[in-house]
Design a protein around this ligand. Structure first.
Ligand code: ZN
Length: 117
């Protein structure tokens, strides 16, 4: 018998596949077409945040998205930001944190909208 606390579960949703990964080190992450979350029943805001990242990944491709993401983080650190500041100032996180409470955002979002954040 598998324990619900350590097994991964799959949930097919509209536009993405939700993966509940109990040993994930962060509350959520996006890896197109998956949204990985640490706990079941994630909040609408967390799912919307990760769906914004999925949209960014569709626009750029996963490899280029993560490359840009890491370089952006590294440059922020070189500017003297703390880990937390450097993470929140990544262009993709700026858009996602600014708009994640706006649950209708993705229906109105323009192509490559992250460039404005
Ligand atoms: Zn994020």
């Amino acid at each position: 018998m598998s324990s619900p606390k350590t097994s991964i579960s799959f949930h097919l949703r509209q536009g993405y596949i939700l993966l509940i990964v109990p040993y994930l080190q962060v509350s959520g992450m996006a890896l197109f077409p998956f949204i990985l979350v640490q706990k079941g029943n994630p909040s609408k805001i967390l799912v919307n945040h990760e769906r914004i990242h999925l949209r960014q990944q569709i626009e750029l491709g996963i490899v280029f998205f993560y490359l840009w993401y890491l370089i952006n983080y590294g440059v922020n650190r070189l500017k003297g930001m703390t880990h937390n500041q450097a993470y929140h100032q990544i262009i993709f996180e700026r858009e996602a944190y600014r708009e994640d409470e706006n649950l209708g955002y993705l229906t109105k979002r323009k192509w490559l909208a992250f460039l404005q954040y």
